[in-house]
Design a protein around this ligand. Sequence first.
Ligand SMILES: [Zn+2]
Length: 130
Amino acid sequence: MSGPRPRISFGKIAYRVGAVDAEQLARARAERDARGGEATLEEVLIEQGALSEEMAALVREAFLRACAVCPDCGRRTDIEERDPSDFACRCGGSFVPLAETESDPQAIDPAFLQSEEGPVSDAGPVDAEP
Ligand SMILES: [Zn+2]
């Protein structure tokens, strides 16, 4: 069976590549949540001056390389934290690297950049995002 599924989000990748620190990320997430989803984390980070447009573009490029999507159920996962020999999705489908279906980082569906809500694994909450 496949193990816990590593989650992916714009914020997680921004932190991984060093574009933002944990404090900037926490501040931007709080602001995004306070607005009830009217702005994306990327937009808030740029507004708050934590992220330049240029850095946001680099984060999107890194996101495109790291994200895989199950075409059957829409679940997403983080390729870089995943067992490379196991791309099976719990729904019975297989994760496909986003880069195979999307070549332009700036055109990534904003829905893909958001953190997924709710439980993502039968094994319980997995991914303690920074
Ligand atoms: Zn699936």
